[in-house]
Design a protein around this ligand. Structure first.
Ligand code: FAD
Length: 650
């Protein structure tokens, strides 16, 4: 007998860690009916992930979440410490932790619980439409396969069990505090985190959803229901983690350090917020003899002892320990990211690896950042479900790259330094340093390069009615990668602003028109032609924007010209580039100049993107800020061909 259905929802998210909360944030922004459940009574309070990479900070900023950047410790320098000829550790190199010019942000450190707090606050501040329901677990999953193609249907059925607090409290084993224990670092959470009783404890409900997304971590229940397996390896190397306020004479305790001792193992120093330092410490004694390690036997004292040996002759101790853990490196990727075109997995549910390169939380957030707007557009009936296939193709490759990077990095970091060139089992410390530097762009999340697909056009497809992509028109801008940021000047008020600030995550595609020097008549006439097309009844704007919605609500058009700002008058430009809304007046925030600002220099965006000032181009940018295509300024046919691939006409 078919179960009685209690309610329906467009998207159900299982798991309210970083991946689940990022997805909820997107879907809240796009006003998609969504529920998010978590089996724990509260968010995490301490420990777990702490590193925020540049791309994650850009993404958070695009939602207006700037508290991580404000509250975190900005990690600016990395030092390498290696044994000298007498086996005593010495600083052998210093470098910027984030390579210069990569992003507006640099790597920053703050504990995961704060991030989860910020997501929860943001959900509340932006409409309070989605609240995390705790403690709730799914207990049954069924899919009505005959309904999958029907976009109006709710083919995914889930039974949910509302737990009591007792049921939701995990057995911690022998006194190992982890992220579920309250931290004394954060003061402002407590009241908010006291779970308001839902009155549903001990009850069950059955709901139907259009989409289900499993963000339920490394032991994902959702993944198991789909029959996917994690493929990869478990290494025998055991690491301890201490979050402490250190008392030490080690001179570099407030910069990131990678310390290789001669024979006592390796250690990483991560300077954190509020005087805390995280230490990743290779544990030699624990787990010797192979086989699975009983982590409950590891104590903070034991981890400290290992750290003291590595960092000797410097002294290291602490009074305050906020959190500790021990882990064994497992590098694995799920053999599936999606099933039935309706159920998706994100974050640790599909990839696990060592935490030392600070990737876990970042890649998890970036997974659901990739997925959220796609589900949103399909659920709103704006785009074909075909775009959802790109989630797997785009993110599975990232997960594989991540594991390959982690394997290389972990092996070199866990290895014993070679004594000399003939020592083949030892690792070459120069090579380790090189891998670290080469991996910096990857680790920052800025080497992501999505391959060609329905949303990304990398070259001229050469057929009638296809997209005439012209990568050479912006030859330093990489199609498939996120649009980098440079300062530009607002035409109307001379304000210098970062280009990325014009790309908030609000679900809109953007056409950034770089017309060139529009003070020259022949260049202006090309731009004018585009300006005449945009409001026409068959333009991509008219075809895909609902009648009663603002003209820029689906595809926004921005201009960055390269004329002298003072030689251009906004009002003389076609209205399509600075539209009039009777209740709001003219839009003064759509036309910019690549010019010298009064106080903040010249962003040189044409130069940095490799755009010719006579030729110009139009860059199509996806709602997640990745470059989708580069076209000739007035190539309206290619615009139609591009959006015609996946957008649904009204
Ligand atoms: P998670 O953060 O694991 O979130 C999953 C959520 O789903 C949890 O809230 C969980 O309660 C919920 N859930 C699970 N199963 C169910 C279910 N059946 N029903 C309902 N809800 C469910 N990364 C680093 O970068 N640096 C570190 O030092 C670091 N240390 C870590 C230490 C530990 C002990 C752990 C567990 C992880 C650590 N990580 C670290 C990894 C990092 O925390 C993760 O990569 C990141 O949290 C992944 O985010 P996620 O949302 O995919 O999964």
């Amino acid at each position: 007998m078919a179960p009685k259905i209690d309610s329906e929802v467009d998207v159900l998210i299982v798991g309210a860690g970083p991946a689940g909360l990022m997805l909820a944030t997107w879907l809240s922004q796009l006003q998609i009916s969504t529920r998010i459940i978590d089996k724990r009574s509260t968010k995490i309070m301490a420990g777990q992930a702490d590193g925020f990479q540049c791309r994650t900070l850009e993404i958070l900023d695009s939602f207006g979440i700037d508290r991580v950047w404000k509250e975190s410790n900005h990690m600016l320098e990395v030092c390498f410490w290696n044994p000298d000829e007498n086996g005593v550790i010495r600083r052998t190199a210093r470098a910027p932790d984030t390579p210069k010019g990569l992003s507006r942000f640099t790597e920053s450190v703050l504990h995961q619980g704060r991030m989860e707090r910020f997501f929860l606050d943001h959900l509340k501040e932006t409409g309070d439409r989605i609240r995390v329901e705790r403690p709730v677990v799914p207990s049954l999953l069924q899919v009505e396969e005959s309904e999958i193609k029907n976009q109006a249907a709710y083919p995914v059925t889930l039974k949910l069990q509302h737990l009591t607090d007792e049921e939701a409290t995990p057995n911690q084993g022998n006194n190992i505090p982890n992220g579920l224990f309250r931290s004394n670092l954060t003061a402002d959470d407590t009241d908010d985190l006291i779970r308001k009783s839902s009155g549903k404890e001990g009850t069950e409900e059955t709901i139907r959803a259009k989409y289900l997304v499993g963000c339920d971590g490394a032991h994902s229940w959702t993944r198991k229901q789909l029959g996917f397996k994690m493929e990869g390896e478990h290494t025998e190397i055991i690491w301890g983690v201490l979050d402490v306020v250190p008392i030490t004479d080690f001179p570099d305790i407030r910069v990131r350090c990678l310390v290789h001792s001669a024979s006592a193992g390796s250690l990483m120093v991560i300077p954190r917020e509020k005087r805390v330092v995280r230490l990743y410490i290779q544990l030699k004694e624990v787990g010797a003899g192979g086989g699975a390690v009983d982590r409950s036997k590891v104590t903070p004292e034991q981890i400290l002892k290992a750290a003291q040996k590595i960092i000797a002759p410097y002294k290291l101790d602490y009074e305050q320990c906020d959190w500790f853990t021990a882990y064994q490196i497992a590098q694995r990727v799920s053999d599936g990211f999606e099933k039935y075109d309706r159920i998706y997995l994100a974050g640790d549910a599909v990839h696990t690896h060592s935490p030392k390169a600070g990737q876990g939380q970042n890649v998890s957030i970036q997974d659901s950042y990739n997925l959220g707007w796609k589900i949103g557009m399909v659920a709103r009936g704006q785009a074909s479900p075909e775009i959802l296939k790109t989630y797997t193709t785009e993110r599975q490759q990232i997960a594989r790259d991540l594991i390959a990077f982690d394997q290389k990095f972990s092996k070199l970091f866990s290895g014993r330094p070679a004594k000399d060139v003939s020592d083949e089992t030892g690792i070459n410390l120069k090579e380790f340093q090189n891998v670290f530097h080469q991996g910096a762009v990857f680790a920052a999340g800025l080497s992501v390069d999505y391959g060609p697909n329905i949303l990304v056009v990398k070259e001229d497809e050469g057929k009638d009615g296809s997209v005439r992509c012209r990568p050479e028109l912006a030859n330093k801008l990489k199609i498939g990668m996120r649009l980098p940021s440079h300062k530009i000047i607002n035409q109307s008020d001379a304000l210098a602003i970062e280009l990325q600030k014009l790309l908030p995550s609000d679900g809109r595609f953007r056409l950034i028109v770089f017309p060139g020097d529009i003070s020259k008549p022949e260049i202006y006439s090309r731009y004018e032609k585009l300006g005449a097309y945009l409001p026409s009844k068959d333009s991509v704007i008219s075809l895909y924007t609902p009648q009663d919605s603002p003209k820029d609500s689906v595809i926004e058009v921005l201009t960055v010209h390269s004329a002298k700002r003072t030689e251009i008058e906004l009002q003389s430009l076609p209205e399509a580039f600075h539209p009039l809304d009777k209740s709001k007046g003219w839009d003064y925030w759509k036309v910019y100049a690549d010019d010298e600002s009064y106080h903040e220099g010249h962003g040189q965006v044409y130069e940095n993107f490799g755009i010719d000032r006579d030729e110009g181009c139009t860059v199509v940018v996806r709602p997640d800020g990745y470059v989708a295509a580069t076209l000739a300024v007035d190539d309206t046919r290619s615009l139609e061909a591009y959006f015609g691939r996946f957008m649904i006409k009204l």
